[in-house]
Design a protein around this ligand. Structure first.
Ligand code: DUC
Ligand code: ZN
Ligand code: ZN
Length: 472
């Protein structure tokens, strides 16, 4: 067979193996793993790791975020940023605004993404208005069209579902074989805390963290687990921030429940103190995200969960807003109270370097676990396996070449996102992506985007390997 491309001399790392071999690519897919492969084009990967491209299964792109507030990324800038950070696929959300059709929302997001993406994309849904029409017709039809996972919220005025609605949505997921993702923070407890803090004049960004303590996340996590157990449906708890919620998940897993969990870079590197800024000032808004980062003991707990298998995925929860902008963190109302500071931080480009550096380079997790947490499990959980998520015959040639020894300092000026800051300014890492290939074509090389907008496809997904369809 004449190969189109051979990646030669690197060390191939998958979730299970670490092997020195060449990778032969034909028609955008991996065709051969072998020694001394020849091809029309060759890439010298000596000294580099050859890993499946990162899959970030939790990002927000161009999502409406309240009156006058705008996300800092469109699909072009978000996917360029992701590619520069070693990713070959992202899974953003198509959010249903209340009172609107889920199908119309999805079509709207697709139009925004069409011909704009540098890497592959597939949408999760967000269900905010589970009407009989949505539950009975729209959701089942969309699941059949390849939108096989959806997120529900237990907080936020415009998104929160009550317990009965959660049960009804879980029931559709069970019947249809979808994977349901849950934002587990309790709405009423947060409202109570927010109003109490505001009454006391505690309105600085730091109080965002005080308004949603671990108890609030633990309670909602337990409630979501109980509902999922009652309905008998698999569930993914996203963006787990610390020990308390994690202990609920570990307990559920130890009882054999199909409860999966995700954590994010902010929960191993940031703390609530970051929200204080140098002087309890507005700069703390740069770190406002939900759930908020906790403390160093929580970080240790999260590492324990990453090591021991409580967590299946490590995602960025990229949710970018500009800091110094009336449409971002410093919007007029945001200056008056933490309640109005948009929740979310940028991170799609820095996810892999942070986990590699803090995890692999510091000896906390193995290389194979790194691949599993950043790529393979995302593909398996969200119905993309065995097309994505590993280096093996027949997989898409979505590959990152990684220099495990390169030292970098994360700085806003080297990143490609649309935000005007990074929460990790000055953070030093060991290990950096040097080349990202999508279906065998180079998209990013040494921090330069060399691919084309539209090179990425919008993919339909199969059912999750972790949420088997009841009829299979
Ligand atoms: N939940 C997310 O998943 N991302 C940003 C904000 C939020 O509440
Ligand atoms: Zn969320
Ligand atoms: Zn999110």
């Amino acid at each position: 067979m004449e190969l189109d491309l051979a990646i030669r001399g690197g060390v191939v790392v998958t979730a299970s193996d670490t092997v020195r071999c060449d990778v032969g690519i034909k028609d955008g897919r991996i065709a051969v793993l072998g020694e001394r492969l020849k091809a029309t084009r060759e890439i010298d990967a000596s000294g580099l790791l050859v890993m499946p491209g990162g899959i970030d299964s939790h990002v927000h792109i161009a999502q409406p975020s309240g009156p006058g507030v705008e996300m800092a990324d469109d699909f072009a800038s978000a996917t360029a940023s992701a590619a520069a950070g070693g990713n070959t696929m992202v899974l953003p959300f198509a959010l249903q605004a209340r009172g609107t059709s889920l199908r119309a929302c999805v079509e709207d997001y697709r139009r925004k993404a069409e011909n704009e993406c540098y890497i592959d994309t597939a949408f999760h849904l967000i269900v905010s208005d589970p009407t009989p029409e949505v539950l009975g017709q729209e959701l089942p039809a969309l699941l059949k069209d390849g939108y096989t996972s959806f997120k529900v919220f237990m907080t936020y005025d415009d998104l929160v579902l009550n317990d009965r609605q959660l049960l009804d949505v879980f029931d559709v997921a069970r019947r249809e074989g979808a994977l349901v993702m849950v934002h587990a923070e309790g709405y009423d407890a947060i409202r109570y805390m927010t109003e109490r803090l505001e009454r006391e004049g505690k309105t600085a960004p730091y109080y965002h963290a005080v308004s949603r303590p671990e108890i609030v996340e633990r309670e909602a996590t337990h409630r979501a687990i109980s509902h999922a157990e009652l309905v008998d449906v698999p569930m993914m708890i996203v963006h787990v921030s610390g020990r308390e919620a994690m202990e609920q998940i570990r307990w559920a897993q130890s009882r054999g429940l199909k409860v999966y969990a995700e954590t994010c870079p902010q929960y191993i590197t940031l703390t609530a103190e970051d929200l204080q800024g140098p002087d309890m000032d507005m700069s703390g808004a740069k770190y406002v995200c939900s759930p908020p980062p906790r403390d160093t003991a929580s970080q240790d707990a999260i590492w324990d969960g990453l090591r021991t298998g409580v967590f299946q995925t490590f995602s960025s929860d990229h949710c970018p807003f500009r800091y110094d902008s009336p449409a971002g963190k410093l919007n007029e109302k945001g200056r008056s109270s933490f309640r109005w500071v948009p929740n979310g931080i940028p991170g799609v480009e820095t996810r892999l370097p942070i986990l590699f550096s803090e995890g692999v380079a510091k000896g906390r997790i193995s290389l194979n676990r790194f691949v599993e947490l950043t790529s393979t499990n995302h593909a398996k959980l969200y119905g993309l396996y065995p097309r994505k998520g590993s280096i093996g015959i027949g997989f898409d040639a979505d590959i990152v070449l990684w220099d495990p020894n390169r030292k970098e300092t994360i700085r806003q000026e080297i990143l490609h996102h649309g935000a005007d800051y990074t929460p990790w300014e000055g953070f030093e890492v060991t290990g950096w992506p040097v080349m990202t290939l999508l279906r065998g074509e180079i998209v990013a090389e040494n921090g330069r985007i060399v691919g084309d907008k539209g090179q990425g496809q919008i993919l339909a997904r199969g059912f999750s390997a972790y949420a088997p369809h009841p009829l299979i």
